[in-house]
Design a protein around this ligand. Sequence first.
Ligand SMILES: Cc1cc2nc3c(=O)[nH]c(=O)nc-3n(C[C@H](O)[C@H](O)[C@H](O)COP(=O)(O)OP(=O)(O)OC[C@H]3O[C@@H](n4cnc5c(N)ncnc54)[C@H](O)[C@@H]3O)c2cc1C
Length: 409
Amino acid sequence: MDQKIDQEVIVIGAGTIGCAITYYLAKNGVKVRLIERNTVGSGNSSLAASLLTKIRSKTAIIPLVEETYRAVDDLNQDLEEELDIQKVGSLHLAASPESINSLDTMLGIADDFEIPHSEIGESDLKEMLPWLKADEIQKASFMPEDAFLDAYVLANAFAKAAKKHGASIQQYTKVEALIKRDGEVVGVKTKDGDLFCNVVVDAAGAWANLLSIQAGVHLPMAPVRSNYWITAPNPELFSPDQPIVILPDASAYTRPEFGSLLFGLRESNSVHFDPRNLPEDLGGYVFGDPEDQWNILIDKGERFQKFFPEFQDVAIQHYVAGVSTYTPDGMFVLGGMPEVKGFLAATGCSGAGVAVSGGMGRIICELILGVDTFTDIEQFRIDRFGKVDALSHEFRQRCADARSNKKSG
Ligand SMILES: Cc1cc2nc3c(=O)[nH]c(=O)nc-3n(C[C@H](O)[C@H](O)[C@H](O)COP(=O)(O)OP(=O)(O)OC[C@H]3O[C@@H](n4cnc5c(N)ncnc54)[C@H](O)[C@@H]3O)c2cc1C
């Protein structure tokens, strides 16, 4: 039976990833519809710390981050308004021989990618970060180009610009199922009826496997909890323009949040979730044991306090938890499967989905246009782990371990 093609492409999920894909496709003249069951950016994107650090130990990721910065410039032009990107730079701090070694490796990578950096001495460090016990730091490197940009704002900017380029953005519509015919995905089922297209892109974040498994594809990733805290404002310790901090010796990162400090502490044993148990709307959802927000502070806070002596005394005003989609090797899930035509996925962002959203958007667009991708995507192949049961406890644990062992930005 012939069915009427409603769109060339349907993108499922309006997080930063789905919105970026829709933007690149629309900008390149592809007839595309973005379908979101809630509102644009309201999923895990609304919870991100939104660091856009360029330097990565996994070098295949760097071109994708650089593309996001290019996309932000394009969005400013397309929308004729400036996105509120905070170009505060980042400080990479090392306080042990092991982390000095890792930092030196990172600086070598920065040189290869022509990412500027400079060494910072103790007195400058004290001035830049009044909260830091600078004499604990043995090596500090400043990367002036790094920034952060609220992921919710970025997702909405991508969506708005995509709409300007002709995309349809359909909110409050759940994709109930993929429609498959003769081994090919040909459309999606929604409460308003069936929609047909040439390509379906699964950008449904933590829930992506619930759709792809219907097409026989287990995406090698799982939802894993990330957390951060925000202190009360303290103008003497936290200026709004102080740099992002990456501090592997305390499993910590920080960034300014107006006059407060946002800090993340990586758990020793990250918690993973079965996507079938995650709610469709994350509003008010408690990710795991509610006591964990204190347990992690107790477990990791002592180490952090070594570098931040007033830590025990500052008031904490907010705790934020959400899930990122992690893979066992910390790389992404990008592209299709040769045996399932008409289906692509873009997920498994391993805690970097905001930073790489532009790169992911461009790659999926290039795959759909059938042109060479601007960077090598071999390391992101969906089938690189062979056959996996993505919903099994054992596989999800491998993904959670990847987060626990993550060292850099
Ligand atoms: C605490 C925390 C801190 C983070 N910090 C950073 C950071 O500093 N830097 C960084 O780059 N990344 C960070 N991340 C990761 C980042 O948030 C994500 O990688 C990024 O936002 C990409 O999300 P997404 O688009 O894949 O998913 P989401 O934003 O969750 O979007 C997926 C969307 O799909 C929709 N959807 C699902 N199923 C369906 C369906 N059947 N029909 C219709 N719609 C559907 C959902 O409603 C949702 O809106 C952090 C994440 C967390 C939780």
